[in-house]
Design a protein around this ligand. Structure first.
Ligand code: ACO
Ligand code: OAA
Length: 373
């Protein structure tokens, strides 16, 4: 048996959702550079789910459906109040809340495409409410109900702070959502597809995907980047910190990628936003530290930054708590997970690879009394 560690380079499915070819990322054939500058996140959701950009009417309908489905069942909100709130990571809370949501959806186990699409709307609509509600409850604040007159990006920031966000914050957050929406067969998307390929339900697929995104080698890296910036503290400490880590063969979070070689095309957009926003908020040192880290890591290891590197200082500049960075990734990526889940159902086959066994050879069972102490 030939083992490909980490399934590197293995092509496991066909997909018409997003592609990474020669370091260019496209959603349904639209270059991410084009979408990052021009698209709203709502348009991207529609694009991923329908493989075409919406007409004005189609976009209005989707926006309306998302707004109408944003509220959470009271039971989910009450459940947050039962957690050991100061010890729970918001990704754990999100994972549990999505699983719980499934219990209050009468269509949870329905498998027809129309029911699955309705569940996709509900999940996409409710994830921002889950994240912001949890974030407020743990601070002893009342949840802020979603509004139907705000864009998806604006509504998230509004529900988080209780105040209408500035246009520049809405623009930055919308762009971040667009940039994170889908990424071919990354670990969390693959997890979602493996889960639903058993013909399990959409809620199970999304719960599994959230679990996979949480790890610091994947979506959890954005929070880890912010932790590193906070630990470093100032630009003059960057060199010694980074060089010591590299000498100790430790990873620098936010660098490297399984697929990109020359660089992650999303990072440059986040870098521009980071410079702009850190200057506006009077915290330019996070951007300065980041560029210094980038110079060292690319110079020494030839590893370019990935999407998680500059998103950290962008979210910090928007006043977002650091442990909400990965849940925000999920608020965007759920659009891609849902697109992949629906695509998997359309042409399903169980995903079941093999393992090359390396344990002991045949053994004979010995009763416990004869095995010694
Ligand atoms: C949204 C996302 O998921 S983007 C990725 C987010 N994750 C991170 O930023 C975490 C840091 N980066 C990494 O751990 C890796 O680059 C990954 C997980 C993204 C990709 O992993 P893989 O393709 O399996 O590469 P792997 O971990 O085998 O690294 C290959 C070599 O580059 C080195 N390397 C890779 N990333 C880094 C890094 N961030 N810092 C230092 N060295 C690194 C490894 O140590 C290894 O060196 P070696 O061959 O001398 O042992
Ligand atoms: O594709 C990957 O391996 C990780 C990634 O960048 C993403 O999920 O956005």
């Amino acid at each position: 048996m030939t083992v490909t560690r980490g399934l590197e380079g293995v092509v496991a499915t066909t997909s018409s959702i997003s592609s990474i070819i020669d370091d260019t990322l496209t959603y349904v054939g639209y270059d991410i550079d084009d979408l990052a500058v021009n698209a709203t996140f709502e348009e991207v959701i529609y694009l991923l789910w329908h493989r075409k950009l919406p007409t004005k009417l189609e976009l209005e309908e989707l926006t309306k459906q998302l707004a109408e489905n944003a509220e959470l069942p009271k039971e989910v909100i009450d459940h947050f109040k039962m957690y050991p709130i100061d010890k729970v990571h918001p990704m754990g809370a999100l994972r549990s809340a999505v699983s719980l949501l499934g219990l209050y959806d009468e269509e949870a186990d329905a498998m027809d495409p129309e029911a699955n699409y309705r569940k996709a709307i509900r999940l996409q609509a409710k994830l921002p409410t889950i994240v912001t509600t949890f974030a407020r409850i743990r601070k002893g604040l009342e949840p802020v109900a979603p509004r139907t007159d705000l864009s998806f990006a604006a509504n998230f920031l509004y529900m988080l702070s209780g105040q209408e966000p500035e246009p520049i914050a809405i623009e930055a957050f919308n762009k971040a959502l667009v940039l994170h929406a889908d990424h071919e067969l990354n670990a969390s998307t693959f997890t979602a597809r493996v889960c639903v390929a058993t013909l399990s339900d959409v809620y199970s697929g999304i719960t599994a995907a959230i679990g996979a995104l949480k790890g610091p080698l994947h979506g959890g890296a954005n929070e880890a980047v912010m932790k590193m910036l906070t630990e470093i503290g100032s630009v003059d400490q960057v060199d010694s910190y980074v060089r010591e880590k590299l000498e100790n063969k430790e990873k620098i979070m936010g660098f490297g990628h399984r697929v990109y070689r020359k660089g992650d095309p999303r990072a440059k957009h986040l870098k521009v936003m980071s410079e702009k926003l850190t200057n506006l908020t009077g915290k330019p040192e996070y951007y300065e530290m980041s560029t210094r880290i980038e110079n060292i890591v690319t110079g020494e290891k030839n590893l370019p930054p990935n999407v998680d590197f500059y998103s950290a200082s962008v979210y910090d500049s928007l006043g977002i708590d650091h442990d909400l960075f990965t849940p925000i990734f999920a608020v965007s990526r759920v659009s891609g997970w849902l697109a992949h889940i629906l695509e998997q159902y359309e042409n399903n086959r169980l995903i079941r690879p093999r393992a090359d066994y390396t344990g002991p050879g045949m053994q004979k069972y010995i009763p416990v009394e004869q095995r010694g102490l």
